[in-house]
Design a protein around this ligand. Structure first.
Ligand code: CMC
Length: 429
């Protein structure tokens, strides 16, 4: 294949180099396009065809349904690794040795105490505040307590910022949950592993002992591994673009949390469970909702279905579906939502509308069933996704800053008025 792409505009030919990734992905390098053509730009709303960066973190083949972090398949990591190890892998590029892991885990634990003044901020929220809004604000507030900029070129400085965020973020998430419930704010328990600690911070109340359930911990650990990174999705691109202005790490992550909140992105996990409950309360008529999803005059979409990149099964959904089945059996829980979800999937995958558009269940379709079985309420689902995605955001921010990427600043096709004369208010019709 030629290593050049030719563009012809108004009889003039322009050549652009072809770039290849390590998995043979091909990109036309149009960096010089605007300069060479005297102002022509590309037009790609939603960036459906635009590569915004080079990245060595996550490989995703949407046609084949492949997902790998740093070369390791999501299936093997979900089966054999743990969340903190995968966190280390995506941020630092390699799986940790025993010593590196121990140090990493301890350093994170040492950072799990929040400044007590953070409680004043929590106090200011109404009890009904959505925990994602609180999480974004609280993450942003971390900048007030950590005003020094992170020097990405200093390994120590960057490492300190990483362990600080990983230590404090789950505490913020748990405090947002406690605010909603009206229960006391729990502190981290440094005798516990990362995931058990999240569970106790979410659920412990001072009046009784909290017993860690290893089955629940294992299920959450695996689920969070599956959420760690997903290359240039909406929230990750947000983190990179905010960071490209040289805004700090915490401010960039806070922006990522807000981007994740939307129901077309991470917020879909909450939307899915609400949809499944709605279908159940409406008599369980799955076909009726499939018809609604296909009806272009109805704004209803089958939440947890479809993906910008996957045009095949989302490999995460396959693992989560199995895990949901296993967890419910192990916990002796029966949830009609799982049956409705499976029925919806079965009907949709045979339906021409979904087949033609290559719409398959995505990561959010079955994850809520696991969260629900763990006792996590639906408004906290996207917060759990954020805890899982934090390592990916950090890794991508670090990569972007180390790569010296220019500030993110797209162009536009202006379709407003051409120049017109100002009219005094009395002369306007
Ligand atoms: N239900 C019904 N129709 C759908 C759905 C759906 N869930 N998803 C896509 N379509 C249709 C869409 O109407 C369009 O049809 P047509 O070609 O006739 O206009 C076609 O499929 C292509 O969809 P699109 O909206 O142009 O695709 P996109 O890449 O812009 O959007 C998406 C991807 C994930 C936003 C979309 O599939 C969607 O809204 N899904 C439901 C929300 C959801 O589950 N989001 C979680 C995504 S995965 C995790 C994450 O990102 O956090």
């Amino acid at each position: 294949m030629s290593e050049k792409a030719i563009l012809e505009v108004d009889g003039k030919r322009y050549e652009f180099p072809i770039l290849r990734g390590t998995e043979n992905e091909i990109a036309i390098d149009i960096k010089t396009l605007r300069g060479a053509t005297n102002g022509i730009i590309t037009f790609d709303p939603g960036f459906k065809n635009t590569g915004s960066c080079k990245s060595a973190i996550t490989f995703l083949d949407g046609e084949k349904g492949i997902l790998r972090y740093r070369g390791y398949s999501i299936e093997s990591l979900a089966k054999e690794s743990n969340f903190l190890e995968v966190t280390y892998l995506v941020i630092f590029g390699e799986l940790p040795t025993v010593e590196q892991f121990k140090k990493f885990e301890n350093d994170i634990k040492e950072q799990s105490l929040l400044n007590e003044e953070m409680k004043n901020i929590i106090d200011g929220f109404p009890k009904v505040a959505h925990p994602m809004g609180m999480l974004s604000s609280l993450t942003s507030a971390l900048t007030a307590f950590n005003p020094a900029t992170v020097d990405v070129t200093s390994e120590n400085n960057m490492y300190d910022a990483v362990v600080k965020l990983l230590g404090k973020f789950p505490v913020l998430a748990a405090w947002a949950h406690s605010k909603n419930k009206g229960t006391p704010l729990n502190y981290a328990d440094n005798s516990l592993d990362y995931i058990s600690n999240i569970m106790q911070m979410l659920f412990k109340v001072p009046t009784s002992q909290y017993k860690i359930n290893p089955t629940a911990v294992k299920a959450l650990d695996q689920l969070l591994i599956l959420h760690v990174d997903h290359e240039q999705n909406c929230s990750t691109s947000t983190v990179r673009i905010v960071g490209s202005s040289e805004a700090g790490l915490f401010a960039s992550i806070a922006a990522g949390v807000s981007a994740l909140w939307g129901r077309l992105h991470g917020g879909a996990n909450q939307a899915v469970i609400e949809m499944l409950d709605e279908i159940q309360n409406d008599g369980g008529d799955v076909e009726k909702y499939i018809l609604k999803a296909k009806d272009k005059s109805d704004s209803f979409r089958l939440m947890g279905f479809g993906h910008r990149v996957y045009k095949n099964f989302d490999p995460r959904a396959r693992i989560i579906k199995k895990a949901a089945d296993a967890l419910l059996a192990e916990l002796h829980v029966s949830d009609p939502a799982l049956e409705i979800a499976k029925h919806l999937e079965e009907v949709a995958l045979k339906d021409d509308y979904f087949v033609q558009r290559k719409l398959y269940p995505n990561v959010d379709f079955y994850s809520g069933i696991i969260y629900k079985a763990l006792g996590i309420p639906s408004e906290m689902f996207t917060v759990m996704f954020a805890i899982g995605r934090l390592p990916g955001w950090i890794a991508q921010w670090k990569e972007m800053r180390l790569g010296g990427e220019p500030i993110g600043r797209p162009r536009q096709l202006y379709i407003g008025h051409t120049e017109r004369d100002f009219k005094n208010i009395n002369e306007r019709a």
